[in-house]
Ligand binder design. Structure first.
Ligand SMILES: [Zn+2]
Length: 415
């Protein structure tokens, strides 16, 4: 093998000609001079179309390659500019790196792979780059992959949710594929405008193929889905509805507790405060002591126990699902309305208002559980993404890790 070919192989280059290799004694780096093969010359760096040359740009330019052994390595080449009919004067495309990138493909892909497999400091130390550089790299790797793959093909069931980051100050809207549990799309913001971007990207034809959408009861989601996906049924997430019941139960507990405190019933007040967790838990998860607490409440405190049973039965509704679930829900609504517990009367009213979505969830047995599990992982990623400069980098990291977009390590076929 000719040494120029060997160098190109070692660096993971294709469509490039190695012209020379030097060792920089001062910087202690290897500098490899390259040029594109003829066929790949004079293309717009943005769109890749062939176009007339413009000028020689700012002379020689360098790109970080993967280290060779222990030595930091750079590619060096001319960086001519072309005149694209669409994009004007831009740097010509190079076959070894993404447009505007300071690192070659193999470096970018290695960084993207490492970031989903190793700790933050391992990535930084191994690659000798700043964390914000990792953020830029994952952003362009994902943007590039998105132009090459059609991730929305055959999509019929999706789940939509939101997740907070930056200590609850910022939000991402998240869309997950129910079939695969894969993160399809995420974007900063939580409003109808944000969600409309997803459906814009999906396109009218594919929107029409969506049959089921699961979400919480947020009005902005319901409105956009009704507007954009004419053939889709919206399923309200059972978990959220049971959560409403847990809140209603807590309201009852708090009222009784306040009354007991004000009335000087110290022991009762203390017992009720301690009973909080027993009331929240599913009966099958109760410890022996919590079960005893609950039994005490059943004996001495009718309203709280009634509220507890209401919460439990509502949970039962969603465990049953189907027509039996719907029948049980009918009975539950009548019971809750007559319960003389204001918070449950109110809850029954709002469930009636959302009845179509609740019934759809019962019939199709669709919950947001898959979305929630993606969100749990995403929440961990928001911590890793801390230090990235833009929310786009956080989204890109999520797409790599949870959206199946992580590239294979260079030189190896995709697993
Ligand atoms: Zn162009």
């Amino acid at each position: 093998m000719r040494s120029a070919t060997l160098w190109a192989r070692m660096l993971g280059l294709s469509k490039a000609v190695v012209e020379g290799v030097e060792f920089d004694e001062v910087e202690q780096t290897i500098v490899v001079s390259v040029r594109p093969r003829k066929a790949t010359k004079r293309r717009c760096g943005l769109c890749g179309k062939r176009c007339p040359g413009y000028d020689q740009g700012s002379g020689r330019r360098r790109w970080r390659a993967l280290d060779l052994g222990t030595i930091q390595t750079f590619l060096e080449a001319d960086s001519p500019r072309v005149q694209c009919a669409e994009h004007g004067v831009v740097a010509a495309q190079v076959p070894w790196a993404r447009h505007d990138a300071g690192h070659i493909y193999a470096f970018d892909d290695t960084a993207a792979w490492l970031v989903t497999h190793c700790s933050k400091s391992a990535v930084r130390d191994l690659l000798r780059i700043a964390w914000r550089t990792v953020g830029s790299i994952v952003t362009r790797v994902v943007a590039d992959a998105e132009t090459k793959t059609d991730r929305f093909k055959g999509l019929t069931r999706i789940g939509i949710d939101e997740i907070s980051y930056k200590r609850g100050h910022k939000y991402l809207t998240v869309v997950v594929d129910h079939e695969t549990g894969v993160l399809l799309w995420a974007h900063p913001g939580r409003d109808s405008k944000t969600l409309e971007r997803f459906f814009d990207q999906l396109g009218a034809e594919r929107c029409a193929q969506i049959t089921l959408v699961s979400a919480d009861a947020a009005e902005w989601i319901a409105n956009v889905v009704a507007d954009r996906c004419k053939n889709a049924e919206l399923c309200l997430d059972p978990f959220h509805i049971v959560q409403w019941a847990t809140k209603a139960l807590d309201e009852v507990r708090r009222e009784v507790w306040n009354a007991a405190r004000k009335g000087g019933q110290k022991t009762l007040a203390k017992d009720l405060k301690g009973a909080r967790f027993a009331l929240w838990k599913n009966p099958e998860d109760l410890t022996e002591r919590q079960a005893a607490t609950l039994a005490g409440i059943a004996k001495t405190n009718a309203p709280i126990y009634r509220a507890y049973l209401l919460k439990e039965q509502l949970r039962q509704v969603f465990q049953l699902k189907g027509i039996h679930g719907i029948a049980l829900l009918d009975a539950w609504l009548r019971w809750a309305s007559r319960s003389q517990l204001p918070s449950f009367v109110k809850l029954a009213r709002s469930i009636r208002e959302h009845r179509v979505g609740v019934d759809a969830a019962l019939i199709h047995g669709l919950s947001n559980a898959r979305v929630e599990s993606v969100n749990t992982k995403l929440r961990l990623l928001t911590r890793i993404a801390f230090g990235f400069r833009s929310p786009e980098a956080l989204v890109a990291l999520a797409m790599l890790d949870l959206g199946g977009m992580c590239p294979p390590l260079p030189g190896r076929a995709a697993a």
